[in-house]
Write a protein that binds this ligand. Structure first.
Ligand code: ADP
Ligand code: MG
Length: 290
C-alpha cells in the first residue's frame, strides 16, 4: 500500500467536494457495508411544514396554534419553526416554566394552563390519554407526516401534522448506493410509522425509529456488534455521538460545526450525492493500491 496513492485519493475526493480527514478515514471508508442516515435535514429538507390541524373539545384551530406556538418560542427544533411559521405574527402569550424534553417535546405554563406539546411517547409518559386523536395520528403518520400533539391541563386537545419532504436528490443518491451494494438504514427520533413511510419513499432497507438523542450512538454500536462496518451520515449537534461511534462519520455540508468536527469525512455540499462520490473514490483508491 503506497501512502502516495492514498494522498492522491484524498486530493481526488476534494475535487468532488468531499473533505477526508486523513488516509486512515479513506481506508476505512473502502470497507463499509452499512450506511446509517439521520432523517431530519439529512434525508429530508429539514424545513418541515404544517399540513393539517385536528382539534377536539371545540377548541378552534387558531387557539390551538396560538398555545403551541407560545411554547415553541423557546425551542430551536425544526418542528418548532414549522409551528411558529404557521402562527405568523399572532400575539403569543407569555410562557412560564418552559422545559425542553429532548427527543420528546416541550412543556410550560401559559394563561394559567399547563401545556404539553410533543410526540405520543411524551403524552403517554405524562399519563395523558390520546384516544380522541389516535385515528388521526395513525392516518397522518402512515402518510409520512410527523404528528405533534398538544395537551392542555392533562387533556389531549390538538394534533398538528407536520411534513418534511425528502430532499430532491436523496432518492437518486440512495439508489446509487443501493446498486453499489450497501445496506441503507434510517436512524431517527421520529414516530416509527412516519419513519417507515418516508423510508419506503426513499428506498431505505431498515428503520430504527423512536430513538432518544442519547440512544443514537448505541444504535450504531448495536449494528457494529452484528459484524457490520458502519458509516453514519448526519448534520446535527445531536448526531455527533453517533458520528463518533461509527467506523466512518460523514457530516453533511452546512450542518452544525460539532458534526463537522466529529466526522472523518465532510461533504462540502448538503447533498447525499456526495456520500456516493466519497465511497466510490475510497473504493477506487484502495483498489488501485492492491
Ligand atoms: P430527529 O431524529 O428527527 O432529530 P428528535 O430527537 O429531535 O428527532 O425528536 C424526536 C421527536 O420528538 C420528534 O419527532 C417530535 O415528535 C418530538 N419533538 C422533539 N422536539 C420537539 C419540539 N420542540 N416540538 C414538538 N415535538 C418535538
Ligand atoms: Mg438532522
Amino acid at each position: 500500500a503506497t501512502p502516495m496513492s492514498i494522498i492522491s485519493g484524498v486530493g481526488r475526493a476534494a475535487e468532488f467536494g468531499v473533505l477526508v480527514r486523513d488516509a486512515d478515514a479513506l481506508q476505512r471508508a473502502s470497507t463499509l457495508d452499512t450506511l446509517v442516515f439521520d432523517k431530519t435535514g439529512t434525508l429530508t429538507e429539514g424545513k418541515p411544514q404544517i399540513v393539517a390541524v385536528k382539534t377536539v373539545a371545540q377548541l378552534d384551530e387558531s387557539e390551538a396554534l396560538r398555545l403551541a406556538a407560545a411554547l415553541e418560542q423557546g425551542s430551536s427544533h425544526p418542528l418548532a419553526r414549522a409551528i411558529l411559521e404557521k402562527a405568523g405574527d399572532t400575539t403569543l402569550p407569555q410562557v412560564n416554566g418552559f422545559r425542553t424534553l429532548r427527543g420528546l417535546g416541550v412543556s410550560g405554563e401559559a394563561e394559567g394552563h399547563t401545556l404539553l406539546l410533543g410526540n405520543q411517547a411524551l403524552l403517554n409518559e405524562q399519563q395523558v390519554d390520546t384516544k380522541a386523536l389516535d385515528n388521526e395520528l395513525a392516518a397522518q403518520a402512515s402518510r409520512g407526516a410527523t404528528p405533534v400533539l398538544l395537551a392542555v391541563d392533562g387533556q389531549a386537545v390538538a394534533l398538528f401534522a407536520i411534513r418534511d419532504p425528502l430532499r430532491e436528490d436523496s432518492v437518486a443518491a440512495l439508489e446509487r448506493l443501493h446498486r453499489a451494494g450497501y445496506r441503507l438504514v434510517m436512524l431517527t427520533g421520529d414516530n416509527p410509522t412516519t419513519a417507515k413511510a418516508i423510508a419506503k419513499e426513499a428506498g431505505i432497507d431498515e428503520v430504527i425509529a423512536g430513538v432518544l438523542p442519547d440512544g443514537k450512538a448505541d444504535a450504531i454500536r448495536k449494528l457494529q456488534s452484528q459484524g457490520r462496518q458502519v458509516a453514519m451520515v448526519g448534520d446535527g449537534i445531536n448526531d455527533a455521538p453517533a458520528l463518533a461511534q461509527a467506523d466512518v462519520g460523514i457530516a453533511m455540508g452546512g450542518g452544525s460545526d460539532v458534526a463537522i468536527e466529529t466526522a472523518a469525512i465532510t461533504l462540502m455540499r448538503h447533498s447525499l450525492a456526495g456520500v456516493a462520490d466519497a465511497l466510490a473514490i475510497s473504493k477506487a483508491t484502495l483498489r488501485n493500491m492492491k
